[in-house]
Ligand binder design. Sequence first.
Ligand code: AMP
Ligand code: MG
Length: 402
Amino acid sequence: MIPVAEARARILEAMPRMPLEWVALPAAHGRVLARDLHAGRSQPPLAVSAMDGYAVRSEDLREPGARLRIVGEVPAGRVFAGRVGPGEAVRIFTGAPLPEGADAVLMQERAEVSGDLLRAQVALPPGKFVRPAGLDFEAGWKGLGAGHLLDARALGLAAAMGHAWLPVRRRPRVAILATGDELVRPGEVPGPAGIVSSNNPTLMAMVEGWGGDPVDLGIARDRPEDLLHALDQAAGADLLVTSGGASVGAYDLVQDTLVAHGLAVNFWKIAMRPGKPLIFGRFRDIPFLGLPGNPVSAAVCAIVYLRAALLACLGRPTELPVSRAPLAAPLAANDEREDYMRAYWRSDGGQPPRVRPADRQDSSMFATFAHADLLLRRPPRDPARAAGDLVEVIEIARALAR
Ligand code: AMP
Ligand code: MG
């Protein structure tokens, strides 16, 4: 059994960085930048008005009551051809470039206008209601760094910086295969001893959420030829993920069968609960992650290992979102395995929320996992803890969202 941290490190080391591809800006939502992105222009490109009003020379408006003559008009998107001379003003609208000669804007609510004559009710300092060129950003500014996750804000900024196509990391292709004679696909009618494979849809959705491109290889029966046949379909994947058959039962043939056909095992068995029989290696040149079959083990191992593998391919940070919170009840001492317990937030009036582990932690109980708020992480040989002690927690919703 190897420690969790070492297993993670070995997986990260084995994952390739995905190549760069160009996608149109609107299609880049949720993708990861492969290169730094710089501003192709300054924003705003010229000094512009922050108000609807009149472009003026502040030296003409040292005192309230100045009288000026309106000599023209400039809307947003145009450049005024002339210049503002002494005693003159130009009608201006929000976002329009300040005409030459002007250095301030009198807001229209402070101007009494009759015909082409204007009386200013207020005095104005230089620069009043003017947005200088480059106020938002300057040409050449590195607005977004490589590895940035392109959310709605990043797309807006990239567009403002003048980009229509974005260099992103290709989504890692992940082939997902379940194994087990007892399994049927969702929608199929299971036999009396059958169960529906919940691992395929769980892992598919997780991979998608972490920025991967999942391919469902379905279910292989517990026969070597069936397993090998299914894995033929994984050619072209960046990562191959199986669930089930990874343990030591008579029907657990993933390890033996694949080793006989070219699986180079990096490690098998980790000091973790749930998920002891995790396998990692390389099968026909594709990184291979063999998850345990129990649905909670498969899902928790996916959060701890598969997530990191995908984020590494994309050049994203791979750490789990771990924080600390107080226990709601005492906990017995832990054994030699790092423990990931399903847990809930419990808040009683006014108190900061506390962590309550689920009463039963059997790794087949997926319903508990589906409704849990947290994974409570305990290091190996963690001593007994009292209510109120701080423990490490991972918010599951955050871990699923990258
Ligand atoms: P195994 O590792 O193949 O021995 O499976 C361990 C337990 O997990 C068994 O009870 C299986 O029925 C269950 N299991 C395995 N694969 C899946 C799956 N894809 N969906 C739901 N349960 C599964
Ligand atoms: Mg099985």
